[in-house]
Design a protein around this ligand. Structure first.
Ligand code: ZN
Ligand code: ZN
Length: 196
């Protein structure tokens, strides 16, 4: 699906500093709100903060009267962020103010706004491409197993990975096993809309 308000191309966005990116987020919020007002003229404007930490890309905060965004992910994936995360949170804002009863956060009302109003897939998580941005995308395994029997993952930077390719070896400090190359992490899953 093509987003209703498509963000500029990657090359342009890559040249912007964080203040300029935040200004674009605010503009994108305003566009989404204006568009929703064609159908819901009394929809109030949310405040906008870019102070969200952790693994959530965005949050609609009805108590504070606004929408919050994660500046780390914004800087890392500005286009995907502007295209999808902003509309995701504004859609929560719309549902909260238009549907005057408690509904499931990602229920039919929210999905209807996402698809019908913004022309976006109603996703609650997004797999962002991190192949260029992750400082340590190379995954190595040892013999440690967690409580869920999943292997422990060691992350290598480009420099350590190159050293390993030239024959450099590393041991796990916990189990003592040599670390084996497992693959490259090219994407990362972020939650959207942890509402509060
Ligand atoms: Zn180990
Ligand atoms: Zn959500």
């Amino acid at each position: 699906m093509v987003p209703l308000f498509a963000a500029a191309d990657d090359a342009y966005l890559a040249g912007l500093d964080s203040a300029a990116l935040v200004a674009l987020v605010e503009r994108q919020v305003a566009r989404c709100v204006e568009h929703a007002r064609k159908q819901f003229p009394r929809l109030p404007s949310p405040l906008v903060w870019c102070d969200l930490r952790g693994k959530s890309a965005g949050q609609a905060h009805f108590g504070r009267g606004g929408v919050r965004f994660n500046p780390i992910l914004l800087a890392d994936q500005p286009r995907a962020f502007l295209n999808e995360v902003v509309a995701h949170e504004v859609a929560h804002w719309v549902v909260h103010h238009v549907v005057r009863r408690r509904v499931a956060p990602h229920g039919v009302e929210w999905r209807t706004v996402m698809v019908g109003l913004y022309g976006l897939p109603p996703r609650t998580t997004h797999r962002f491409d991190t192949s260029r941005s992750s400082p340590a995308p190379y995954l190595y395994l040892c013999e440690c197993r967690g409580a869920d029997l999943q292997p422990r993952i060691h992350r290598f930077s480009e420099r350590r990975h190159r050293f390993a390719l030239r024959g450099g070896r590393y041991r796990c400090r916990s189990c003592g096993a040599w670390l084996c190359y497992h693959g490259r992490q090219d994407s990362d899953i972020w939650r959207m809309g942890q509402e509060a």
